[in-house]
Write a protein that binds this ligand. Structure first.
Ligand code: SF4
Ligand code: SF4
Length: 495
């Protein structure tokens, strides 16, 4: 056992209201510089939908992540030798059209236009070349199912459904959507790191945050192709790759990342988990059906004396172990089994987990109403379509995993309804808890963390002993040059 500490995240999708505050907080903080206009380190997609960049989930096209070949784990992109041969031309990159061409407006025209009979207008202007442009796409073009027959109908996850089922899925009474906020998953087995020929992307030893060294990056963009979630971006001004840094300067000061801190839906949870680094390769090589359980089993019980002893032997300090014992993410993922990784079949072992939204299931009960039906568990059979869709997103196709989560979420709701509203009988709630394998105490804990926990419980940030971590490895002044989005030396293309 080789115990390491890793920051991990949970997003509770039933709580996301699709307000995009998170995206804007991130944009204002990190990507309002030249060359970064099209980047959204945090974006919020409507599902079903094709996402940002469009169709990023189609790995036939982009070849991101890992795959098994004769039982062996390999980058889907190519072997390192082939990758080097293709350095000058990489066909697996999203184009600017797949993201969108960023624009602003000619606001000056509103002030400088000569007097006339008509109101002046501010026309859209490309932020890439300054020319007038027609807006044809945006990072969130299909928000709230806008253009669903064009965008949502092309969602790669719908391929698991027959044409008739797809048609049913979009039937008017069935039409329902939810939001999927995405940031870099700070994966345990990051394919972006493995794909980089320059060794410029690395995982911080003490907390697992994945960063790009701006000094070492040569701009080959293999990381952009290698990441199946398309969460590394190319800065066309500096010629370097950039990505979500999990707001590590904020974390090191004890603050949650900006997208977490500003989220009005309070859907985000952050905590440290202890994991067994010796098992990463073994777990990433498991068959699809075993990936979710395998990934969960990597996370170790922070209260287990043997785990604590090994953690200490590896130099993990007491305060980090204490943070792991209070981690909200460990509770959601391991203790309650409510949160699942996005597309585990890409085998990067993402450390961002999602509680699947219950709404699409409730909204498609036969009566068409959002209701707490007492026959909910039998009615799960009649909502196989959304369950199969969720399974394509969160459990490598295993529908039982999704049903198990839904049983728990529903039993928790029924228990609380029985207690506070009284429209569900206690006997029905008790039966639901038995079916889901939950105790009343567990329901109360889930309710507390989901609905009323304050930010000290939602974000359990371990103390960052950066000075200790850095001084063990290199000169702190030297280390300062390799972090984050800034540049000590200006890239060849200038700024
Ligand atoms: S999600 Fe983040 S850590 Fe994972 S492969 Fe993509 S860029 Fe790398
Ligand atoms: S994650 Fe939070 S901030 Fe972002 S869209 Fe959802 S509710 Fe809004």
């Amino acid at each position: 056992m080789n115990v390491r500490a890793q920051l991990s995240m949970v997003f509770h999708l039933d709580k996301c209201i699709g307000c995009h505050t998170c995206s804007l907080a991130c944009k204002n903080l990190w990507t309002d510089r030249p060359g970064t206009e099209y980047m959204w380190w945090n974006n919020v997609e409507t599902k079903p939908g094709t996402g940002y960049p469009t169709l990023y989930e189609d790995q036939q096209q982009y070849r991101g992540g890992w795959e098994l070949e004769d039982g062996k784990l390999k980058l889907r992109l190519a072997a390192r030798a082939t990758e080097l041969a293709n350095l000058a031309f990489n066909p697996r990159l999203p184009s600017l059209d797949d993201y969108y061409e960023p624009w602003t407006y000619s606001y000056r025209d509103l002030f400088d236009a000569p007097q006339g009979a008509e109101q002046p207008v501010a026309r859209p202007v490309s932020m890439i070349n300054g020319r007038d442009m027609e807006i044809e796409a945006g990072p969130n073009w299909d928000d709230d199912l806008g253009g669903s027959n064009i965008y949502a109908a092309n969602d790669p996850n719908l391929k698991k459904l027959t044409p008739q089922e797809q048609q049913d899925f979009f039937g008017l009474q069935q039409l329902v959507y939810f939001y999927l906020p995405r940031i870099c998953n700070h994966c345990l087995n990051p394919s972006c790191v493995a794909a980089c020929p320059s060794g410029a992307i690395y995982k911080r030893g003490e907390d697992g945050i994945v960063l790009v060294s701006q000094e070492k990056c040569q701009g080959w963009r293999m990381c952009v192709s290698g990441c199946p979630y398309k969460k590394v971006y190319f800065n066309y001004e500096t010629g370097k790759a950039e990505k979500c840094i999990l707001c590590y300067p904020r974390l090191e000061s004890g603050y949650a990342p900006a997208c977490f801190h500003t989220c009005p839906g309070r859907i985000r949870y952050l905590g440290v988990v202890l994991y067994d680094a010796d098992r990463i390769h073994e777990v990433a090589s498991l068959p699809d059906a075993e990936l979710v359980e395998g990934q969960k089993s990597l996370l170790l019980d922070p209260d287990d004396p043997a785990v604590i002893a090994e953690a200490k032997r590896n130099g993990i300090d007491d305060k980090t172990i204490d943070a792991a014992q209070r981690s909200p993410t460990y509770k959601y993922v391991r203790r309650w089994n409510l949160a699942l990784p996005l597309h585990p079949e890409w085998r990067t072992l993402p450390m961002l987990f999602y509680v699947p939204p219950l709404l699409p299931v409730l909204a498609t009960v036969p009566s068409g109403a959002y209701e707490l039906a007492s026959d909910f568990f039998t009615s799960l059979e009649s909502v196989r379509l959304p369950i199969r869709y969720m399974a394509s997103l969160f459990s490598a196709g295993d529908e039982e995993k999704i049903v198990a989560v839904y049983r728990k979420l529903m039993a928790a709701r029924m228990t609380l309804r029985a207690e506070s509203v009284g429209d569900v009988s206690e006997a029905t709630a008790a039966e639901a808890r038995d079916t889901a394998g939950m105790t009343r105490a567990e329901v109360q804990e889930i309710y507390h963390l989901t609905s009323i926990a304050d930010e000290r419980e939602r974000y359990v940030i371990p103390p960052f002993l950066r000075e200790q971590a850095i001084s063990m490895l290199e000169d702190p002044q030297e280390a300062q040059q390799h972090r984050g989005a800034g540049l000590v030396q200006i890239g060849k293309r200038g700024l």
